[in-house]
Design a protein around this ligand. Structure first.
Ligand code: ZN
Length: 411
């Protein structure tokens, strides 16, 4: 009996019935023979990633699915972005997600993404901040990410992650003042620090040569920094230590790579895996098959289904489900030797264009699995399966038990 597990997570896959497609969900309206094969040869159910009625963020949902109680281990989002782009964060580092943005003279946000600036311009501006923005008593580091995004790391004593964002989250609103979220001296000091960084960044970016050039070319200037997602990094017990499994992650989006690194998984970079609509799903599944040679637990993530949900585009969601299904064809014969779990980190219904608390379908196939009568991987059908309704935190114990890695409780 092999102890190898493939955990496939399609982001935001769950949905609600849509009138235009006969009150079916995108999953119910898709042609998806591979997913249905896993359901037919496995045990099915539905899963509340965090708990019934809780709308999960992707990061806490993934922590739960990996067996880490999010209420204990989730300390803000910034650290996942930092780990996701490969920054060597140290214990005690305070990390933030940052955006290069365009503001007017009154610090009103014109474009939160500075026209989705990226490439060399973005890299040069983050490097400029990294070199020129200095505040006595703390070490500041700036790192470019994808497009307009980046990461800020503050290293020093007496800091807190309980501070608010400066990002107004919409254009046409002013940059917000960062505020402490509790009464501690640390939060107050951190908020003052963030506000100073916000002003200094505006001063430095406004004078940047890159922005002068962008202005002359009629492009939006990236003259401000929006700071959000404060997060503390503390090392936590690794998957390998907790479960005795060597684990890896195959994902495109930095957040998912970051959560995986946080729990101690190796990240396998796959060419063409971008975490976007255009991501190369087949290259990822191919990498998953190769990873079976050296890893026991392979976490395979597809982001695009969530993007379609957030765009409210159910036709696109159906098309993506079918494309992912087509790629998964390469692993379905593995159910004879390996355990394959197929699920989602939350629902992103096209009707509301954001995450909902609707439970997600789950199917687990593999040798020794008590196969039930369910033959389709869909929200409503799976709810009648042998797994019943579980929580995200139940998933790892169930998988570990199927591969006989659990210990007896009591005598
Ligand atoms: Zn998600």
């Amino acid at each position: 009996m092999s102890a190898k597990i493939i955990l496939v997570v399609c982001d935001g896959l769950g949905d609600r019935p849509i009138k235009d497609i006969g009150f079916r969900t995108p999953l119910e309206a898709s042609r998806k023979p591979s997913m249905d094969f896993i359901a037919a040869n496995g045990v099915c159910g539905i899963m509340d990633p965090i708990a019934p009625g809780v709308r999960p963020g992707s990061a806490p949902a993934h922590l739960a699915i990996f067996g880490y109680n999010p209420y204990e281990y989730y300390k803000g989002r910034g650290v996942f972005e930092a780990l996701g782009i490969g920054i060597d964060v140290k214990p005690g580092d305070l990390t933030f997600r940052v955006n290069l943005a365009t503001v007017d003279d009154n610090l009103m946000v014109i474009d939160r993404r500075a026209g989705r600036i990226g490439g060399d311009d973005s890299r040069i501006l983050f490097q400029l901040l990294d070199e020129e923005l200095r505040i006595p008593g703390v070490e500041l580091r700036f790192y470019p990410g994808v497009e307009h995004r980046g990461v800020l790391v503050i290293r020093g004593e007496g800091l807190s992650w309980l501070v608010s964002d400066t990002d107004p989250e919409r254009d046409g609103a002013p940059i917000l003042v960062c505020k402490p979220l509790d009464g501690s001296v640390e939060a107050k000091r951190t908020a003052e620090l963030v506000n100073r960084i916000s002003m200094d960044a505006y001063r430095i970016l406004s004078k940047a040569e890159v922005n002068r050039r962008r202005f002359s070319e009629g492009k939006l200037q990236a003259n401000a920094l929006l700071i959000r997602g404060a997060s503390f990094y503390e090392p936590i017990p690794r998957v390998t230590e907790r479960y005795g499994l060597k684990a890896c992650c195959i994902a495109g989006g930095p957040l998912y790579k970051g959560v995986a690194r946080y729990v101690g998984m190796d990240v396998i970079d796959v060419k063409g895996a971008t975490g976007t609509y255009e991501s190369d799903f087949k290259a990822k599944v191919d990498a998953c098959v190769k990873a079976l040679e050296s890893y026991d637990l392979i976490y395979l993530h597809f982001k695009a289904t969530d993007l379609a949900g957030e765009d409210g585009n159910y036709r696109r969601k159906i098309e993506l489900i079918e494309r992912i299904d087509d790629a998964l064809y390469m692993i379905i014969d593995k159910v004879e030797d390996y355990v394959i779990a197929l699920t989602a980190d939350h629902s992103t219904p096209c009707s509301i264009r954001t995450h909902s608390a609707d439970p997600v379908p789950i199917a687990i196939a593999g040798p020794d699995v008590r196969v039930d009568d369910i033959g389709r991987f869909e929200e409503r059908v799976c709810s009648k399966g042998g797994l019943g309704r579980i929580r995200g935190l139940d998933l790892m114990p169930i998988l570990l038990d199927i591969v006989n890695l659990t210990h007896k409780y009591g005598a």
